[in-house]
Design a protein around this ligand. Structure first.
Ligand code: PLP
Length: 452
């Protein structure tokens, strides 16, 4: 495709057609071509595009007030949304701070944890342990906790690199441990890191409960989640869940934390929370932490657009739509259907090494050998090529060339949570067509036969 001249720039030169409009799980470019939004943008458009009820509620708010600065007024949408979010959280997590995106949410969570520690006379605690690989945002503070050289590289001298432990990439392990034992093995790496850093210097542990683009929907064994929470408690370290991608229903529950009955001290959300209708995120923290901060003179932090009434009206309308149509229940049900269908692809394509994820945060990984999980040759640029083959055919999927902190090709398939079984059929048909074309180009085997 020819690159149209443009004054705009993003990460790279990537010619794309002009978007015309969206409707449900579909997007249409100005030539009339239809795309299935098989990645919900960047795992954002959870309730689909152009939902008329949400648009009507946003319009009604726009006609009242689009902005009211939070230091000058309380607003109904922000109060109502905060109350609704608090009601959806694990018990005790009921104080909400609004932001406009995921990086802001992570920055806020970290600063809140730090200032709380200071109010508790624990000023020695400042290190936030996170995982490699991981993605927590693009701002300087969030880069410090992001485990991805792709994003941090050039900026390394400019921010404080925080300690990392390996993400639980158990599917790559070739040992004799059970899944449960592997979960404990990876969780215990947190204890080792805390001891190595000095427990009194460690403020928090930050993790994505189900990995996003950094790991390709990596889920840890069940044993991991409880053990990590125990270790944090044992050393008085705050547990922060980055639910920027997983929150607001993506994994089939409102928070991914619910799958394991974990109650983190702080949760960061964004993406599906505003669902593409407004830039919106939230940090939710324990009431006693927030009270301690407010008693000590207030939280030394804020963003101009935080809690603006238009974004909050959009967020409230999104949550109301989710409730009215059991959209999170649909994510759980359709997640099972789509995961089974993706797993079925392994029979036909021996170069699919793994299928994983939870709810509608799902991914598959391409390899040259399923036994050894050896990656495909780098110069195939598989992560770009397969995405393009699907795109040409009208299916958008999401990929990044990273695996366990090194290189590898995983692909996220994360349609809006309103997807139907018939639409999953459409997704699978185009995906198979793209995989067939990819196999033909690289002379990879395709085993004719059962495709569930
Ligand atoms: N945290 C996680 C887990 C994410 O997936 C992302 C974005 O992909 C972020 C934080 C940063 O969010 P944003 O791009 O909205 O700043």
């Amino acid at each position: 495709m020819k690159t149209e001249p443009s004054h705009l720039f993003y990460q790279s030169r990537q010619p794309r057609p002009f978007l015309d409009y969206g409707e449900g799980i579909y997007l249409y470019d100005v030539s009339g071509k239809r795309y299935i939004d098989g990645s919900s943008g960047a795992m954002v458009s959870n309730i689909g595009h152009s939902n008329p009820t949400v648009l009507a509620k946003m319009k009604a708010q726009m006609e009242r007030a689009t902005f009211g600065y939070r230091l000058h007024f309380r607003t109904e949408p922000s109060e109502q949304l905060a109350a609704k979010v608090a009601g959806l959280m694990p018990a005790g997590l009921d104080r909400v701070f609004f932001v406009s995106g995921g990086s802001e949410a992570v920055e806020t969570a970290i600063k809140l944890a730090r200032q709380y520690a200071v109010t508790q006379g624990q000023g020695s605690r400042w290190k936030v342990i996170s995982r490699m690989p991981s993605y927590h945002g693009a701002t300087m503070g969030s880069l410090g906790v992001t485990g991805s050289p792709l994003f941090t590289g050039a900026f390394a001298p400019m921010f404080e690199e925080m300690p990392k432990i390996p993400a639980p990439t158990c599917y790559l392990d070739r040992d004799n441990l059970s899944e449960e034992e592997r979960g404990i093995k990876y969780a215990e790496m947190l204890r080792e890191k805390i001891l190595a850093e000095g427990p009194d210097s460690v403020l928090a542990f930050l993790m994505e409960p189900v990995g996003g683009a950094s790991t390709g929907a990596l889920v840890a064994p069940d044993s991991y989640y409880a053990r990590v929470a125990e270790i944090c408690r044992e050393y008085g370290i705050l547990l922060i869940y980055d639910e920027v991608m997983t929150g607001a229903g993506r994994t089939g529950t409102f928070l991914a934390a619910e799958h394991w009955g974990v109650s983190p001290d702080i949760v960061a959300m964004s993406k599906g929370f505003g669902a593409g209708y407004a830039p919106l995120g939230a940090v939710v923290a324990r009431n006693d932490m927030v009270e301690a901060l407010l008693d000590a003179g207030g939280f030394q932090h804020g963003f101009t657009y935080a809690g603006n009434p238009l974004a909050c009206a959009a967020g409230l309308a999104v949550l109301e739509e989710m409730e009215a149509h059991d959209i999170i229940g649909n994510a759980a049900r359709m997640g099972d259907v789509l995961k089974a269908r993706l797993s079925g692809l392994m029979e036909r394509y021996p170069f699919i090494g793994d299928v994983r994820g939870k709810g509608l945060l799902l991914a598959f990984e391409l390899v040259s050998d399923r036994e050894t999980m050896a990656v495909l040759p780098k110069d195939w640029n598989a992560n770009v090529e397969l995405v393009e083959l699907a795109y040409e055919r009208g299916l958008i999927i999401y990929s990044r060339r990273t695996r366990g902190g090194k290189e590898g090709d995983h692909f996220l398939v994360c349609p809006p949570l309103i997807v139907t079984e018939a639409q999953i059929d459409e997704i699978m048909e185009i995906l198979c067509d793209a995989l067939d074309a990819f196999a033909a180009r690289h002379d990879l085997p395709v085993l004719e036969g059962a495709l569930s």
